[in-house]
Design a protein around this ligand. Structure first.
Ligand code: FE2
Ligand code: FE2
Length: 129
């Protein structure tokens, strides 16, 4: 997996949300680094837990914010967040016997999703806020 830095082209035009997206990218890079360095299981699990926790709180903030701005596509956007959470929960439950591959699956899904979502779906609300 490749590290990606947040950049201005990804700005949604709101400073708080941009900062949260930057943090998501940072955590994502930390996670990739932990995998690349073959960090111990505890560090990897900790980073994964942190990014999932942060993702959830970011979704809450973003949804509330878009609701205040009466974003017309909010329901569809919420659904994307929901699908992500559902998929993460699904992968987590899967293959409990094989923790390592489950963790890697989670990491690759999560890493790809963050980039796709922030560079496409999140930018769709830019002109409404
Ligand atoms: Fe979003
Ligand atoms: Fe977002």
């Amino acid at each position: 997996m490749k590290k990606v830095e947040w950049n201005q082209t990804l700005s949604v035009g709101n400073e708080i949300i941009d900062k949260q997206h930057m943090k998501l990218f940072e955590l994502r890079n930390m996670l990739i680094e932990a995998v690349d360095n073959k960090s111990n299981a505890a560090i990897l699990a900790e980073t994964l837990t942190e990014i999932l926790k942060f993702t959830r709180s970011h979704f809450e903030f973003e949804e509330q914010f878009l609701e205040e701005k009466a974003y017309p596509d909010l329901q569809a956007h919420k659904k994307k967040h929901f699908e992500f959470k559902k998929k993460i929960a699904f992968i987590s439950k899967e293959a409990i016997s094989d923790r390592d591959s489950t963790q890697l699956k989670l990491i690759s899904y999560l890493s790809e999703w963050i980039i796709n979502h922030t560079s496409k779906s999140d930018l769709e609300y830019k002109k409404f806020i």
